[in-house]
Design a protein around this ligand. Sequence first.
Ligand SMILES: Nc1nc2c(c(=O)[nH]1)N[C@H]1C(S)=C(S)[C@@H](COP(=O)(O)OP(=O)(O)OC[C@H]3O[C@@H](n4cnc5c(=O)[nH]c(N)nc54)[C@H](O)[C@@H]3O)O[C@H]1N2
Ligand SMILES: Nc1nc2c(c(=O)[nH]1)N[C@H]1C(S)=C(S)[C@@H](COP(=O)(O)OP(=O)(O)OC[C@H]3O[C@@H](n4cnc5c(=O)[nH]c(N)nc54)[C@H](O)[C@@H]3O)O[C@H]1N2
Ligand SMILES: [Mo]
Length: 744
Amino acid sequence: MRDRITDPWGDRTPYSPGGAWPVRVDEHTIETPDHWVRSASLLHSNGDAIDIGVRDGRIVGVRGRAGDRVNHGRLDPKDVYGWRAGAHPDRLTRPLVRVDGELTPTTWDDAMRRVVGASRARTPEQTGFYTSGQLFLEEYYTLAVIAKAGIGTPHLDGNTRLCTATSAAALKASFGTDGQPGSYTDVDHCDAIALWGHNVAETQTVLWMRMLDRRHGTNPPAMLAVDPRRTPVAREADVHLPIRPGTNLALMNGLLRLVIDHGWTDEAYLAAHTVGFEELAKVVDAYPVRRVAEICDLRPADIERAGELVGTAGRLLSTVLQGFYQSHQATASAVAVNDLHLLRGMIGRPGAGVLQMNGQPTAQNTRETGADGDLPGFRNRANPAHVRDLAALWNVDEATIPHDTDPTPAMTIWELAGKGAITFLWISGTNPAVSLPDLARVRRTLARPDLFVVVQDIFRTETAEFADVVLPAATWGEKTGTFTNADRTVHLSEKAVDPPGEARPDLDIFLDYAARRDFRDRDGSPLISWTDPPSAYAAWQRCSAGRPCDYTTIGYDDLRGESGVQWGGERLYTGGVFNTGTGYCETYGHDLVTGAPRTAGEHRAQHPDGRAFLLATPYEPAPEEPSADYPLRLITGRTLSQFHTRTKTGRVRELNAAAPHVWVEVSQADATEYALADGSVALIESARGAVEAPVRIRDIRPGTVFLPFHFARQAANELTLTTWDPVSKQPMFKLAAIRLRRQP
Ligand SMILES: Nc1nc2c(c(=O)[nH]1)N[C@H]1C(S)=C(S)[C@@H](COP(=O)(O)OP(=O)(O)OC[C@H]3O[C@@H](n4cnc5c(=O)[nH]c(N)nc54)[C@H](O)[C@@H]3O)O[C@H]1N2
Ligand SMILES: Nc1nc2c(c(=O)[nH]1)N[C@H]1C(S)=C(S)[C@@H](COP(=O)(O)OP(=O)(O)OC[C@H]3O[C@@H](n4cnc5c(=O)[nH]c(N)nc54)[C@H](O)[C@@H]3O)O[C@H]1N2
Ligand SMILES: [Mo]
């Protein structure tokens, strides 16, 4: 196989509409394996099936699985090389506890006794959990039961709040519950693909390979990209809208109006399967092309071309990600994409689908199991029958399960810790000292003497440096469990090798904690009766029964075939019946402007009864606009070779070498204005902090600069602001006002 850093997407295998995506097996081994173990990718949400090559108890390579529905054998560049991080000498191998200010190795018994002691000394309201989108389903479910039924705290959330909380919020708002409507096979059938704030070429490279292969076949799909930068996706697209950051909703409203004005709506579908058309039409009527062009700083003709592309496609596939989710009016903008599909009847059939994407590999499971604070199984906390159901399943009092208010979102958990209301915070599988916005504030919180911090990780991260106890975890390839990708495909990842030193699977750590706390159910039996991944999975299957994400027919053995298996079947809502029944839905809805929750009565009064909601919202300017002091816009995001805070990719030679240091992308016009040349060092300042980075002159809209957020030193999040979407509570990492200065 060729060097996949310089050639990230590999050779094209073109195919035609409705055809099968050809198989192409990618393999990278450094020695010949003596056997292969089944797994899937844990470095993005695409769920590429991977076999792990093992020799003499060590991982020696990876191979894509030819028969898997997701990747047909292909691998992402991070997957080709990323596995080497597991054997890095920096891995944590023993628990650490703080003694005289220093993190000092200790026994598991001592570390766990300290964790249990500190948490016993706190009330439920003083206790917080901040978890991940990178653990396994079995682990999240266990953590959710510990937090909700063992301790009874509402303060449980994942870094999924930073990631794809908006995906969940938009799906719930439009269709009644979370759950991806579309399927990756929609790429095989569509005749137009619209990418809304999604740089799929660098972030889900195998999905991009599939799209590129269609683009190279006969009757290729048309393509629309909406992104302020000229990304690889934008370069490939037929229409690229280099939108002004923070104006997505104005664009969407304009496109919805074009669809209505041109009569591109599917009247029969609208009448049978939606509610809310009149109200939507009234809102979007205020967005004629000329006004939209002004707000978004786009050419009117380009907006019209985009409107025609999405308005006339026979089979339209949309994907939505961080350019929408981490920006202004996130939920309202993502919902507007759902609106577009509903208006055109483009949902629930081959090639016509919405992918409200995920980002992290297991974020779907954080949401399904309730480790993001929601109730497990997409249950509605405001529906007494759903709470009763769960209390019966766990055999606890309904009052034990926090459900009176919405669960505490991550940003609020951090706020409460920052003012001493939460004094015990258990952080698992995330590195907030680099990934949260406004890092100076995060460091102040983590350093509070009254906050007991537990960090459960595989490396000694920037966050671990603030911990009272550090628990060394086993990871991918070293433990068994399941996870679900962005198109609902469930994979089983089996243990291939032993973890280093005394590192333990996250599941074992949570189970150990539950046993030591001796959580009991109503009859005095242990609250958590499962002991290993299969029994944890079986418990989850029971919890999911009868809900949209029903796993009861997908057993471990079903996942040991060639391919992963989708819950809910290939596509959801094929018959145009949505999960909006008042007794079934996951939420009664929110006001998309204020985030105020609606009541059951208000929900019922709209008579959704299985019809989808059309919901339009007026555009408002971003909370932080450029000013005289900070005249430029900052957007942040990803690069192909690096994963998040680089704890893994920064430790793999091939990947690290591709992007070892931070840089800032600046347009030629801004470079000229600020006397910057390619390679000269710029100081980037916001009202919150400053970062220094070498300049790369790139095709990005003037007035906007881009910083990758991966680098702990010169971290983009020194600059970002603590503001979030009112509905999804997802922070706005892609909106900050900054100034640029040339450094001597
Ligand atoms: N290589 C790599 N792949 C990854 C990851 C990684 O760290 N590295 N992380 C995974 C995870 S957790 C996630 S969430 C996904 C994220 O995947 P993406 O969402 O594709 O990645 P980002 O780079 O965060 O943002 C996408 C684009 O949004 C654009 N953008 C910024 N502001 C705006 C705006 O106002 N409007 C619009 N329309 N666009 C805007 C940016 O220019 C950027 O190109 O990637 C996953 N895959
Ligand atoms: N400015 C800006 N900030 C952003 C974003 C952005 O676009 N711009 N994107 C946001 C998004 S979408 C995301 S998803 C977050 C990501 O932010 P983080 O979640 O902080 O990113 P990671 O570096 O992936 O952190 C995961 C941690 O889990 C550890 N780990 C890996 N495997 C295991 C395991 O099996 N068990 C345990 N216990 N630990 C493990 C890793 O070593 C690492 O420390 O960043 C967010 N922050
Ligand atoms: Mo993410």
